[in-house]
Design a protein around this ligand. Sequence first.
Ligand code: SF4
Length: 321
Amino acid sequence: MATLIDTHKNIQPKQKLRHPEKAKNPESEVLRKPKWIRVKAPTSKGFAETRKIVKDKGLVTVCEEAACPNIGECWEKSHATFMILGEICTRACAFCNITTGLPNAIDPQEPAKIAQAVKEMKLQHVVITSVDRDDLADGGAQHFVDVIEAIRGLNPKTTIEILTPDFLRKEGATETVIDAQPDVFNHNLETVPRLYLKIRPGARYFHSLRLLEKVKERDPSQFTKSGLMVGLGETKEEVMQVMDDMRSAGIDFLTIGQYLQPTRKHAPVDRFVTPEEFKAYETIAKAKGFLLVSATPLTRSSYHADSDFAKLQAARQAKYG
Ligand code: SF4
């Protein structure tokens, strides 16, 4: 699911653990971020207004749950990414700061609340993601559909981007979501296949790749998008192989961002990839035929998703007419 980061450093004693499955992990030092990863504090009026709408409606955002470093910039422009299906994830990825454990019941009012929030925030493009819900028979697929339909009912001009879990072992779930016709179907591969067991142990690289391929086969009009974190120990050659795999699956839009270690118990940062190396990844990916590439240290799946959607449409128009 979401490619993410955070800055929550330490878990206080007696506080409920956000990641109980990581309690026995050895601690590793959280490296000081280089100067190119500094962000401004979230203090703007727009940020406060976005937060009020989110809080008043009792909604969950991945921006907060993952302590995304871009929250000040995004929320100032009302760009919040809503996280549906509760705030507790049934997976235990080594990179992710979302709380893990037994999930909450689904809020049947959530689709209507999100649709109303989209209206109040006047969003032209909205991104919806979720926790993994391995406990549900359909992995939460129908709830994605309900949210898409509610948004569309109240905001017919708003374009909708979804960032889904992998729906592993949930027969028919991906098809259910594809048939709701989101404008952008995003699912992150997160890292190179060699690191899956360590970083994304509950997922399968080729299953995730196949999911995205299936979207294109079933509805070629949908844009497909996927993201990678770098700085986890991958090599440049491995990243280039993933790019080729993505292009074979027809993926339109690639995002690449720097992995940041949420806590001492999460996977350590192997290294900080320089802005010049990101630029090189962008150049290589463009040469491989992606319609759009975003590769910067602070790139996240939903970062600048609204303006990038316009760029995607323009790039498709220029390429295919
Ligand atoms: S990059 Fe995405 S997750 Fe981060 S603050 Fe912006 S919208 Fe939220």
